[in-house]
Each structure stands twice: as structure tokens, then as C-alpha cells.
Design a protein around this ligand. Sequence first.
Ligand code: FAD
Length: 310
Amino acid sequence: AFDVLVVGGGPAGAAAAIYAARKGIRVGVAAERFGGQVLDTMAIENFISVPHTEGPKLAAQLEQHVKDYDVDVMNLQRAEKLIPAPTEGGLHEVKLANGASLKARTVILSTGARWRTMNVPGEDAYRNKGVAYCPHCDGPLFKGKRVAVIGGGNSGVEAAIDLAGIVAHVTLIEYDGDLRADAVLQRKLATLPNVKVITSALTTEVQGDGEKVTGLVYKDRNHGTSHEIALEGIFVQIGLVPNTEWLKDSVALSNRGEIEIDARGETSQRGIFAAGDATTVPYKQIVIAMGAGSTAALSAFDYLIRLPAE
Ligand code: FAD
């Protein structure tokens, strides 16, 4: 059995594995796709002390750093079920899709999240070429340009307010007849001269020139007419979904499906910790996930040294 079993190999999982391994204990990492969301990212300019890097490069470095330690890395392994230890200090069990079962004194859940996509023509083709999901990450790449934000919930309206300070013009597109964001955000949005809000609109296509985004097409849901907007960037803000469906019966999740953790990264189950985008931590970013992974590993170690000797 492992002392620490990390499930998920993104920034949170990698940091957790390294921090745990440095304690000289038995550490394993099971990940469906080592690198996580970082693999899908191009320019990264907010990984503090590294002014510019690229996702695939950072993902390879994460994996190399983990492998510098005595860690059992199990890549391409999907966890399907977590069975918490029946008694305090006992072994937790993680069942994998391949039928195998892993046991560990502590588990660190770091299965991350995925952005909900629009599923329209052009979205995939122009991802990272104008189609973006993270305003904190990619906003500055669109300085002085025209962008759209898709989604009028809190994250969409926050993104529009944020981007309005950086880009030339923001068009906010909402499917419903009204924005769903908090009133205070809507009031703020209404004061910004370079933001236009279009409601009852369904985005139907991302347009591009083969290299990058040049516009989008939306359908006016009241009149059934199609319209084009010329722009350089599209921020899709229709939801970040935590990869926690498999944990429903084992740890407490928030109403958004995020794993509830305390300040030490512990979940509702003793000896089971969590970190990164899969959790209730505010703000989903690489440096934040790494910090949280480190916290979870140190908390797991703290828990282990307090267990009675066998
Ligand atoms: P993830 O990176 O999502 O990793 C989750 C891991 O868990 C993966 O290994 C995955 O395969 C694995 N997993 C999931 N389910 C299971 C399962 N059931 N069993 C086993 N393994 C599983 N942040 C920044 O700070 N700067 C940026 O510039 C930036 N740009 C971004 C651009 C894009 C396009 C995207 C999508 C995100 C960007 N982010 C950026 C956000 C950043 O990537 C995330 O905050 C960060 O990767 C979260 O790390 P994590 O370890 O919590 O989760």
C-alpha cells in the first residue's frame, strides 16, 4: 500500500507528489493524462518567475520533476471509485477503470476540471488561436483588440469587466433574455463604455482565416436572424466543471460538484485530501493549484505521523 496516493497528474497532483516524496514515504500518482489542462494550454505568462513558457513544455517538466523522485507514476489510469477506509487510520481504496485497485493510508484528490465548450464549428480549430477560456491567463494577449465573452453568468460578467480594462472592445453574448450575474456586477458592467451586451443570442460559429479567429456568428433567438461580429478573441465562460463525478458517494461536494476542503486541504473524510481545480478553492490557476497540492501533501504527512504504530 502507498502512504500517499495522488489521483490526478496536473500541477496540483505533481506538486503533491513531490512534496510527499521528499518526506521519504511511499508515493504513487495515478493520472488519466499526466499534465492535465496544462497540456491544452499554449502561452503561459503568469507562472511566477518564468516570464513565458508553453503548456506542453511545462507539462513535460512537471512529469520530469516528479520522476526525479521515487514516485510510482501510473499514467493513463482513470480512477472510477474511491472507497474511504472503514476505520480511522485504515486503508483507503481507489478502483481504476482497468480493474486494478490501489490502496493507501492517505489519498490526495487532484482530478482538476474542464471548461464547458460551446460545441460549435470552429471552436476546436481555433482553440488557443483566439478561442480562450481563462481571462486571467489569456486576457493580456488581446490587449487593444476586440473580443467577445460568451455567457452572462457571474464568470462571464466578471470576465467582461476584467477584459474591458485591457482590450479595445467587449461584446458579451448571453443565451437567455437576461444576464444571470449578480446585480452589483451587472451595474458595474453597465458603466463601462466599451462593452456591448447582446441577450437572447446563440453563438453558432467561430470564424477564422485558417490561422486565427476573425469573428463569430450568432443567432438572434427572438427573430431567428443570423449576425456576424468581427473580432479577434472569444472567451467562453459557460462553466468550469470539476472532474468529480466519480467521488459523489465518497466525499462531500459543493452544489457545483467541487470537493469541499478546509484550510489544510482535508476533505470530509479523515486521511483524504484534495487540491486544485477540483476543489472549492477560489481562483483556478497553475500557481494556486501547485500551492494547494503542496498544502495537501504536507497535511497528509502530518496525518500519517500521528497514526498509531502498527
Ligand atoms: P488539471 O490540470 O485539470 O489536472 C487534472 C489531472 O487529473 C489530469 O492529470 C487529469 O488527467 C487527471 N484526472 C481527471 N480525472 C481523473 C480520474 N477520474 N482518474 C485519474 N486521473 C484523472 N492557468 C494559469 O495559471 N495560467 C495560464 O496561462 C493558464 N492557461 C490556461 C489555458 C487553458 C486553455 C486552460 C484549459 C487552462 C488554463 N489555466 C491556466 C488553468 C490551469 O491549467 C489550471 O488551473 C490547472 O491546470 C489546474 O491544475 P489541477 O492539477 O488542479 O488540474
